[in-house]
Design a protein around this ligand. Structure first.
Ligand code: ADP
Ligand code: MG
Length: 173
């Protein structure tokens, strides 16, 4: 039995893409807190926030984190998961935490290239690159403090997976 691996970082850093590949490489299960939230509520993040507000959304996000936590599982977390200190403590205590770090312009570019269906409106209506800069300035210290390991997320997904395996000393010979 091995501890869960939590992937943290801003939207677009590759938590879902890398998480799925990492879970396959390790023979682990994969789970995604945003996806879990949508399945259990049958609503999108935007809908939950619109009807219940951010505070309620954050509480539900914390519940999702706890619900998906299991051994031998790679867990992609929502970009704002680190905003609650209790979530950060929970992840550090229950598993290994990896920050996928990339600069805001790269993240914005990736999100702009996503298919229409996967796009979400920005929180403020400002250009996504600007908004992403502000989000990272606020959250980078939280991601850094929470993570056991930081990985450069600007490499190919395959390289990111390799680096995670190396940093966890799970690399195969
Ligand atoms: P997250 O789950 O962190 O929001 P995703 O895995 O959904 O991020 O990736 C966001 C977008 O960026 C997707 O279109 C994905 O194909 C692309 N992407 C993810 N990781 C990389 C990478 N290492 N290099 C280039 N593009 C990537
Ligand atoms: Mg994702």
């Amino acid at each position: 039995m091995s501890l869960p691996i939590y992937l943290i970082g801003a939207r677009g850093c590759g938590k879902t893409t890398v998480g799925q590949a990492l879970s396959q490489a390790l023979g682990y299960a994969f789970n995604d807190t945003d996806h879990h939230l949508q399945l259990t509520t049958q609503r999108s993040v935007a809908e939950i926030v619109a009807s219940e507000g951010w505070e309620s959304f954050r509480a539900r996000e914390t519940e999702s984190l706890r619900a998906v936590t299991a051994p031998n599982t790679v867990i992609a977390t929502g970009g704002g998961m680190v905003l609650a200190e209790a979530n950060c403590r929970f992840m550090r205590e229950h598993g290994q935490v990896i920050w996928l770090n990339a600069p805001s312009d790269v993240l914005a570019q990736r999100l702009e290239h996503q298919p229409e269906a996967a796009q979400r409106p920005t929180l403020t209506g400002r250009p996504i690159a600007e908004e992403m800069g502000d989000i990272l300035r606020e959250r980078a210290p939280l991601y850094r403090q929470t993570a056991h390991h930081e990985v450069n997320a600007m490499q190919s997904p395959e390289r990111v997976v390799e680096q995670i395996l190396q940093s966890l000393s799970l690399a195969r010979a």
